[in-house]
Write a protein that binds this ligand. Structure first.
Ligand SMILES: NC(=O)c1ccc[n+]([C@@H]2O[C@H](COP(=O)([O-])OP(=O)(O)OC[C@H]3O[C@@H](n4cnc5c(N)ncnc54)[C@H](O)[C@@H]3O)[C@@H](O)[C@H]2O)c1
Length: 385
């Protein structure tokens, strides 16, 4: 049945919160190649919030168990809070569904490997929602890196920070938290909202199309700019991969600029890669050749959904499996062990915009940009926040 191209997989959307609603929108406005079998979410007034649920007669369930008691799905797309992923992935696999789970899959290496082997045993795929790993420009670039076209990677860096304020943290109980009810969450810009371009760098440095590069060491500076957040919300980090490549990343939420970056640079033996918001992935080689892979925006954000549906039909598995997120996960844990510095409240200015309030650490943008320029942590070049 799965080889028939006219077969339309039944898709279960698990959690339609801030991010999961994008899957609902995509799967109800476009033909994604499959049909929505149901939505699982505990939120009240879902039908009011998403009129399409009634328009398309999509059944809503308060738990996975209540869905699977009545129905079946070929593909479950999980966009629940991180600490619920593991139990939900296992439940979906147990009930015969392939799984596309939003990033990060979970918070430990052991759990990642356990989930990967549960998928293998169930003969189902477990794909992750790191959208850049589905991006056609990124995939073409990685193939060229792996072929040795630019020589050995020497170092990589990226600045990516996004302003987030009161409403972002108020949307749910796990935002900005280290634990929820004793369960680890480790939420931070590095772990969650601004994770993608760090994950991208580890993916580009990975030695196969499925894997990201393992990380050996970290040095870094973490700060809490927003006093209402439990975890850190500013990070300047320099990792070294297991093969000795430095990877620098600068990310934060309490800043005046809505979006700082993404601004990426990677040096190879025989070429330099640049990428960023509104800029293509571009390699200039030392022979003067320019290779333009295109912008990441050329691939739809929801390509992951289309690819997952196609894989269900083909009996294949998306490249972005459980192991794709392991390096980012290890990096999150390595960063989490670093001390969190205090910021003088006099350096935090609160601004109001629309219905929201944002804490902004004075001068953060300049500190990040000057540090990145030197491949440094702020303190190493005499800068402080
Ligand atoms: N790929 C991306 O670019 C991207 C962007 C943002 C978030 N995410 C990821 O998406 C996931 C969800 O993040 P979010 O910001 O949308 O979270 P959120 O807190 O905004 O939404 C979570 C949803 O889960 C529902 N929920 C809570 N408990 C539930 C339960 N027991 N059963 C079913 N549903 C339940 C909530 O009602 C809510 O609708 C996270 O893994 C996050 O990292 C990915």
């Amino acid at each position: 049945m799965s080889n028939q191209q006219n077969f339309r997989p039944r898709i279960l959307l698990v959690s339609v919160g801030m991010y999961g609603q994008k899957y609902l929108a995509e799967a109800t406005r476009q033909d994604v190649g499959g049909d929505v079998a149901g939505v699982v979410d505990v939120a009240e007034n879902l039908a009011e919030k998403f009129p399409v649920i009634a328009e398309k007669n999509i059944p809503v369930y308060a738990s996975l168990q209540s869905f699977f008691e009545k129905d079946r799905a070929d593909l479950a797309v999980i966009s629940s809070p991180i600490h619920l992923h593991t139990a939900m992935v296992l439940e979906c696999l147990k009930n015969g569904a392939h799984v596309l789970c939003e990033k990060p899959l979970c918070l430990t290496q052991e759990e990642t490997l356990r989930l990967a082997s549960a998928a293998k045993e169930a003969n189902r795929f477990l794909a992750l929602g790191w959208q850049l790993n589905y991006d056609r420009a990124v995939l073409a670039l990685k193939r060229d890196i792996l072929s040795g076209r630019f020589g050995r990677p020497l170092r990589m860096r990226c600045v990516h920070a996004m302003r987030r304020g009161r409403n972002y943290y108020a949307r749910s109980g796990w935002a900005g938290r280290i634990t929820v009810d004793g369960v680890e969450v480790l939420d931070s810009p590095f772990m969650n909202a601004c994770a993608h371009h760090f994950q991208l760098m580890t993916f580009l440095l990975g030695d196969t199309m499925e894997k990201a590069a393992a990380l050996a060491q970290v040095t870094g500076e973490l700060y809490r700019g927003n006093p209402d957040v439990e975890n850190y919300d500013i990070a300047a980090l320099r990792f070294t991969t297991a093969t000795g490549v430095p990877v620098c990343y600068y990310t934060a939420h309490p800043l005046k600029t809505k979006n700082l970056g993404q601004e990426g640079l990677a040096e190879f033996e025989h070429g330099t890669l640049t990428w960023g918001k509104g800029k293509p992935f571009l390699v200039k080689t030392d022979t003067g050749e320019e290779i333009n892979y295109g912008m990441d925006g050329n691939t739809p954000l929801m390509q992951k959904l289309y690819d997952a549906v196609q894989c269900v039909k083909d009996g294949a598995a998306p490249l972005c499996g459980a192991e794709a997120g392991l390096s980012h996960l290890n990096a999150v844990r390595m960063a989490q062990a670093l001390p969190v510095g205090k910021i003088d409240p006099a350096h935090v200015v609160w601004i109001e915009e629309g219905e929201d309030r944002f804490p902004c650490v004075t001068g953060l943008e300049e500190v990040f940009l000057r540090s990145a320029e030197k491949w440094a942590l702020p303190g190493e070049i005499g800068l402080s926040l």
